[in-house]
Design a protein around this ligand. Structure first.
Ligand SMILES: [Zn+2]
Length: 267
């Protein structure tokens, strides 16, 4: 049975990934239904701590993953791409290494003990608590850009960079509009869209991506040229179509950038 010291060893070996942006996969079906890959993929893993018999993995944006190993679970850290047989619960892949969780019976998003902001309502809840999300978004600074606010896990838990971009596009709202200029109806449309797409993704569908990582290419809806620019403190890349997602304090276009110039990695 994994005891405190083996958890501490796991935490120590996972440090190799701290500070890196990780790709996240949940190969095991029991882990896939939790929607963790949708929510964590592409985020920076900020820290890993063993507390009691739990491992807390803190991700950018205040999202914390709790792993409890019970009798059977174990973490392995190996070079990226090492061959493996079977379906682990979770794979966190960094630049050179990947952390693999096998048989992890307890794996959930949680509030870190004694620190960090509390999580807002979960976007994957069925149904999601849109009223409370709206309330929290209205309590946030009015000048804050809606695209930035959507990634704040204290307001709405679970929306990642991909679904932020897709939901805003779907609702025709620019990520740069300040919250004060976004109506309740528009906020609901964005949240509802994020919920539907993420839920579908968790259930195994592959919702079409219309805007994420399509900078320089034409908008599916209006043909306008899609733009991208870092947004918020973490500098996550926002994608939007300036033609059908207008308004807000849109950043000036970089003059050297040519449409389709290849600066964006393809999804
Ligand atoms: Zn457009």
């Amino acid at each position: 049975m994994p005891e405190g010291d083996s958890l501490r060893r796991a935490a120590a070996s996972l440090q190799v990934l701290a500070g890196q942006r990780v790709t996240v996969e949940t190969p095991h079906p029991r882990a896939a239904v939790k929607g963790l890959a949708e929510r964590l993929d592409g985020r920076t893993l900020e820290s890993v701590d063993a507390v009691g018999k739990n491992l807390f993995l803190r991700f950018e944006g205040g999202l914390v993953l709790r792993s409890h190993l019970r009798m059977t679970g174990r973490w392995r850290v190996e070079p990226s791409g090492a061959p493996r047989a079977g379906r682990p619960w979770l794979v966190l892949r960094g630049d050179t290494h990947e952390a693999v969780l096998w048989n992890g019976p307890v794996l959930e998003l949680a509030n870190a003990p004694g620190r960090g902001p509390r999580l807002g309502p979960d976007i994957l809840d069925a149904p999601p608590d849109l009223a409370r999300m709206l309330e929290l978004l209205r309590e946030a600074p009015r000048g804050r850009a809606v695209g930035d606010a959507l990634l704040d896990q204290g307001l709405v838990a679970g929306i990642g960079n991909i679904w932020k971009a897709e939901a805003l596009w779907d609702a025709r709202v620019s990520p740069w509009r300040p919250l004060v200029d976004v109506s309740d109806l528009e906020l609901r449309a964005i949240l509802d869209s994020a919920h539907r797409m993420m839920r579908a993704s968790v259930d195994g569908a592959r919702p079409l991506r219309r805007i994420h990582r399509r900078a320089g290419r034409p908008c599916h809806r209006c043909g306008g040229v899609i733009r991208s620019h870092p947004q918020g403190e973490a500098g996550r890349i926002a994608y939007w179509c300036p033609t059908c997602q207008r308004g807000g304090r849109e950043p000036a276009a970089a003059p050297s950038r040519t449409p389709g110039g290849g600066a964006e990695p393809r999804a």
